[in-house]
Write a protein that binds this ligand. Sequence first.
Ligand SMILES: Cc1cc2nc3c(=O)[nH]c(=O)nc-3n(C[C@H](O)[C@H](O)[C@H](O)COP(=O)(O)O)c2cc1C
Length: 182
Amino acid sequence: MSNWNASSIWGEGMDQDLRNRFLEGMSRAATFVAVATTDGPGGRCGVTISSLTSVSADGDHPSLLACIHHMSPAATAILKNRSFCANLLHEGQQDLANLFAGRGGTDQAARFDHAAWDSGPLGQPRLAGATAIFECRLATAMLWETHHIMVGRVMAVRLSEDPKALLYGQRAYRKAVHLNGD
Ligand SMILES: Cc1cc2nc3c(=O)[nH]c(=O)nc-3n(C[C@H](O)[C@H](O)[C@H](O)COP(=O)(O)O)c2cc1C
């Protein structure tokens, strides 16, 4: 999901009705929301993502993947820094989700001024209050059409005491409700 304008994301032969139906269908898949952050020689950057997915809990280390638009400064920085943090947002952090999605026009450096951060063992920016933080080394990346599919080898996980994650579905922020009502 991204704000990139149509000319930068539609292929030459893209069927617009198919694209619209794809977007509507995927909007019904509620996901959690994370801010992917990175720091190092490629700069300090962060971007809001909903594409964070677990790949494997086994192997040498657990692994996850994220898909980030090739024009996002965060993608360029992660590819250079070879490390990143996936900061899973708490349900009270929707303002940060908007900020790191570029809504409001705040530039990369200033986005970090609106929250408290520390550094994990790999030196990657960890967001205070995030419900879970996965600090990763970039294991591999593949450019598919408009997005880099980035696989991270998880080197450290920090868990907050409050597990309530922010969700995004049907084009709105949401929170999970237990079906039994409690
Ligand atoms: C809830 C939500 C989820 C998003 N998920 C992704 C994602 O998985 N991948 C991605 O490249 N952009 C995603 N975006 C869009 C980016 O956060 C951002 O808007 C876009 O990359 C432009 O930001 P920039 O100013 O950092 O370049 C998402 C935005 C929102 C609000």
